[in-house]
Design a protein around this ligand. Structure first.
Ligand code: GDP
Ligand code: MG
Length: 441
């Protein structure tokens, strides 16, 4: 392992915090990357601005350059924006028959996506789905949906010539109720551009069907225009989610960020080809990497951060092997626990600690206790942390008061540290090839 790490440490540069200049320089590149990925200019601009403030002053991991660190920060923020918060991860299709309205420009992939989604609902959620084409302008479009339906084994509403979109929607609703369908999907007609007639028609259909989900289908290769389309449809019809098609192409998917940032609407699915199973749930991480186009840098920084953690762990292991375990070590352990989200996980991995973890749990030790213990350690002096045996009664009182706690709580902490130090001493005596080393590997 250390051989492998050696290479990275040879290239160690300075460790520190990101200066404003570092960030500004890196941001120029990030902005270019975003624009090249077809993120709309205002969105790219405001994204860069907000991240500049956040990144300045952030710590730089050793062995990467400040610019690389900035890219990683941008990447993480991109994921956050794309992912959104508190959104349901399934479509709202309870209360059968649940109507799903499919809207978007002509050629965006509505009809294809309607069938793909129907297949997904049928295969994965065992739903009975009825599809109806409302594209009265082009008879071929109705045929297209019927053919797809046959292919995937999903029913389509029989075609009756001369009906209006609203009439078809009414019939679909009726048929879905009578036929005991779970879901009915309305594939609307598109136009090459947004126009009044189209919007009026979609609105009328919406009012008849009262859809549970209104999915906007957008061609992932269209960049700047996607924002206008999404805004318009959302204002006029109300959109609940977005499907981004043609993500199997060369486009870098900047439309995803633009639409998300401007409309706040979640991207639910991406289309990855013409085949009926080429539809996947939206994966923010994947799209973020693609938009930024700097996946190698992101991976490098992640690796460097891991190396740093390994290095820290190895340093600690060396101390433990010598039977050393002071308050700094305990603090480290406690913080690790907080990070890993539980006592059991980390203590359970160390020999002799499983029992202690159980005791701690029985004593009601949870995250809030861990936080309090870290606060106690923080209010000790450097010397006291390195050698807690030095603590006198008067200092104990001060420390406890400083952290806003009782002395009893400090005593419990001291006892815990002592027990762990004893365990370390015992384990350390077992020699170099001993249990501890094995357990930490
Ligand atoms: P609509 O006019 O919005 O109904 O668009 P269609 O569903 O008819 O799709 C137009 C064309 O785009 C068809 O040839 C589809 O096969 C193709 N298409 C749709 N989705 C995708 C996708 O995710 N990837 C690729 N490569 N082609 C797609
Ligand atoms: Mg169509």
């Amino acid at each position: 392992l250390s051989d492998r790490l050696g290479g990275v440490f040879d290239r160690l540069t300075k460790q520190g915090a990101l200066s404003e200049d570092d960030v500004t320089a890196a941001m120029r590149e990030v902005r270019t990357a975003l624009l090249e990925a077809d993120v709309s200019l205002p969105v790219a601009r405001s994204f860069v601005k907000s991240i500049t403030a956040k990144a300045t002053g952030a710590a730089v991991t050793r062995s990467v350059t400040p610019g690389q660190q900035v890219v990683k920060i941008v990447h993480d923020e991109l994921i956050k924006v794309l992912q959104g918060e508190g959104e349901p991860d399934t479509l709202r299709i309870d209360n059968p028959p649940a109507p799903i309205l499919m809207v978007g420009l002509q050629g965006s992939g509505k009809t294809t996506t309607t069938a793909k989604l129907a297949k997904r609902l049928k295969d994965r959620e065992k739903k009975r789905v009825l599809m109806a084409s409302l594209d009265t302008n082009r008879p071929a479009a109705m045929e297209q949906l019927a053919i797809l339906g046959q292919q995937i084994g999903v029913d389509t509403l029989p075609i009756i010539k001369g009906e209006s979109a609203v009439q078809i929607a009414k019939r679909a609703k009726q048929q879905a109720s009578l036929g005991g369908y779970d879901v009915y999907m309305l594939d609307t007609a598109g136009r090459l551009h947004i126009d009044e007639t189209l919007m009026d028609e979609v609105q009328a259909v919406r009012d008849v069907a009262n859809p549970r989900e209104t999915m906007l289908v957008v061609d992932g290769l269209t960049g700047q225009d996607a924002v206008n389309v999404a805004t318009e449809f959302d204002q006029k019809v109300g959109v609940s989610g977005v499907v981004l098609t043609r993500m199997d192409g060369d486009g870098r998917g900047g439309a995803a960020l633009s639409m998300r940032a401007v409309t706040g609407k979640p991207i639910r699915f991406v289309g990855l080809g013409e085949k009926m199973d080429a539809l996947e749930a939206f994966d923010a991480q994947r799209i973020a990497g693609r938009i930024l186009g700097m996946g190698d840098i992101v991976a490098l920084v992640e690796r460097a951060q891991e190396v740093l953690e390994v290095e820290q762990a190895e340093r600690m292991m060396k101390r433990f092997q010598k039977g050393l375990f002071n308050m700094n070590d305990l603090k480290n352990q406690l913080e690790q626990m907080q990070k890993m989200g539980g006592m059991q996980s980390i203590m359970g991995m160390m020999p002799g600690m499983a029992k202690m973890a159980k005791q701690a749990e029985q004593a009601g030790m949870d995250d809030s206790v861990i936080r309090r213990q870290v606060a106690l350690i923080n209010s000790m002096t450097k010397k006291e942390r390195a050698n807690p045996d030095l603590l006198q009664a008067s200092r104990k009182k001060r420390i406890a008061a400083g952290a806003g706690m009782e002395v009893a709580e400090l005593n419990r902490l001291l006892k815990m540290q002592k027990q762990m130090a004893d365990t370390m001493k015992k384990l350390g005596k077992m020699g170099k090839g001993g249990m501890l080393k094995q357990a930490m590997r």
